[in-house]
Design a protein. Structure first.
Lengths: 116, 107
């Protein structure tokens, strides 16, 4: 079955450490996205990529970095520069670069990151 | 700027009807989505409106007025499992999400 996989589901990080969240899709989608969600809040866009080896900053990119070396993979690194990294992180993909299409995004199941 | 507004919380009774409103001001518009999100889970797709009017899909319907920058999601015959957050999202070159409306269903 095609889908989008995020790992791990829960992640604990010590202050000052970088951590990388994995996102892999086998849907042959061109575009991939990273969102952050805080309790009681909507989704805020961190980074997105519409083609391999290219990505753009979203609304809250500071303290984060990404890479898109393969179409299937879009890992997100939360760096020590991110002041408040504890949140629920969602990865999504869509078949077209600029128009998500009638079904919208396909979401992964999310990674809950906690800084201890 | 880009702005999507929806009520923070709503409460309704099992078996009743509820309407969740969404207003938006965005640079560019391709379509409007409604997603359902249960606590701790990923959003799931409910509806997509491109043209003005009402789209009905089972117990859920979604309405769009592009000239007014307005949409609503109508949920009929409410069930306890409908307790969730409902996210309004506008697509231009990417999808921009509102903060969501948390819907509580009372027995």
């Amino acid at each position: 079955d095609g889908g989008i996989t995020q790992s791990p589901k829960y992640l604990f990080r010590k202050e000052g450490q970088n951590v990388t969240l994995s996102c892999e899709q086998n849907l042959n989608h061109d575009a991939m996205y990273w969102y952050r969600q805080d309790p009681g809040q909507g989704l805020r866009l961190i980074y997105y990529s519409q083609i391999v080896n290219d990505f753009q900053k979203g609304d809250i990119a500071e303290g984060y970095s990404v890479s898109r070396e393969k179409k299937e993979s879009f890992p997100l690194t939360v760096t020590s520069a991110q002041k408040n990294p504890t949140a629920f992180y969602l990865c999504a993909s869509s078949p077209l670069g600029t128009v998500a299409g009638v079904d919208g995004y396909t979401f992964g199941s999310g990674t809950r990151l906690t800084v201890v | 700027g880009q702005n999507i507004d929806q009520p923070t919380e709503m409460t309704a009774t099992e078996g009743a009807i509820v309407q969740i409103n969404c207003t938006y001001q965005t640079s560019g518009f391709n379509g409007l989505f409604w997603y359902q999100q249960h606590a701790g889970e990923a959003p799931t797709f409910l509806s997509y409106n491109v043209l003005d009017g009402l789209e009905e899909k089972g117990r859920f319907s979604s309405f769009l007025s592009r000239s007014k920058g307005y949409s609503y999601l109508l949920l009929k015959e409410l069930q306890m499992k409908d307790s969730a957050s409902y996210l309004c999202a506008v697509e231009n070159d990417k999808i921009i999400f509102g903060k969501g409306t948390r819907l509580h269903i009372l027995p």
